[in-house]
Design a protein around this ligand. Structure first.
Ligand code: ADP
Ligand code: ADP
Length: 249
């Protein structure tokens, strides 16, 4: 049972200086519940690949299928709903610096719950209720990532590992089915990296969220991934179970 399938997916960027091919004939089936790794050198096409999965970039060939449905055939509302099922975390955390961490985690909840409410007096009151619900949910999430005592802190007051915990809480706030991690531990020291990887693994096991991990670091793949694809020059060079691909001779 696959949650995401990429079928003959390719991406060419058209630039002033000519065409740049970032992805070439990518075929992948991500199984529900697994932690799937994508490893490759800088420039191989990893970021473009994850950005195509949630249609931040639109593939120029082939397509992405989420739970069997092709994104190319979807309208913008349907794409928005698919995106709500995909949380994402980044190397640079991408937190909102002007909001405290509770409000950072509330942010996606406010967007997803208030956009259907409209405006007017009654709706204003409903928004108040939704906001209270969002805060309660955000507090649960901060507890899950071990930051209950820091809800009033601003991102700048936190360590890198703490910031990534906030980003994880925010990414899973809307109960996504898939978590996309783009070099999520590349800015962290080895000890903090291990803690964040343990948290991601925990979320995968306890909440049943499928995880896709993009990295240039073998140790990240070895410590949490079930399967891995090696990407080289825009193509998948090898794919399989981690223990088979990286078996020591
Ligand atoms: P990685 O994440 O593995 O470092 P990227 O997906 O960022 O690789 O990049 C793959 C290739 O696509 C590189 O040659 C890069 O320069 C190119 N590329 C990525 N994004 C763009 C863009 N927006 N415009 C033009 N070229 C791009
Ligand atoms: P990463 O290595 O993590 O993929 P990059 O520094 O390659 O990060 O890319 C950062 C941003 O710049 C991305 O949004 C990517 O799409 C864009 N980008 C990358 N390469 C190019 C390029 N050759 N031309 C234009 N934009 C690019």
């Amino acid at each position: 049972d696959s949650i995401v399938s990429l079928k003959a997916m390719g991406k060419v960027f058209h630039t002033k200086n000519g065409d740049v091919r970032a992805l070439d004939n990518i075929n992948l089936d991500i199984k529900r519940g697994e932690i799937f790794g994508i490893i490759g050198l800088s420039g191989a096409g990893k970021s473009t690949l994850v950005r195509c999965i949630n249609y931040l970039e639109v593939p120029t060939e082939g397509d992405v299928f989420f739970e069997g449905k092709g994104l190319k055939d979807m309208n913008s509302v349907q794409i928005r709903n698919v995106r709500r099922d995909m949380g994402m975390i980044f190397q640079q955390f991408n937190l909102l610096s002007q909001r405290n961490i509770l409000d950072n985690v509330c942010f996606p909840l406010e967007i997803s719950e208030t956009q259907n409410v409209g405006s007017g007096k009654l709706f204003k009151r409903m928004r108040g209720v939704l906001k209270a619900n969002a805060r309660a949910r955000a507090r649960e999430l901060l507890k899950l990532v071990g930051l209950s005592d820091r809800e009033k802190a601003y991102p700048a007051q936190l360590s890198g590992g703490q910031k990534q915990r906030v980003a994880i809480a925010r990414a899973i706030a809307t109960n996504p089915k898939l978590l996309l991690c783009d070099e999520a531990t590349s800015a962290l020291d080895p000890k903090t990296t291990k803690q964040i990887l343990d948290l991601i693994k925990d979320i995968n096991k306890k909440m049943g969220i499928t995880v896709i991990v993009i990295t240039h670091e073998m140790k990240v793949i070895e410590s949490i991934c079930d399967r891995v694809a090696i990407i080289e020059n825009s193509k998948i060079a090898e794919m399989g179970k981690v223990e088979d691909i990286f078996a020591n001779p």
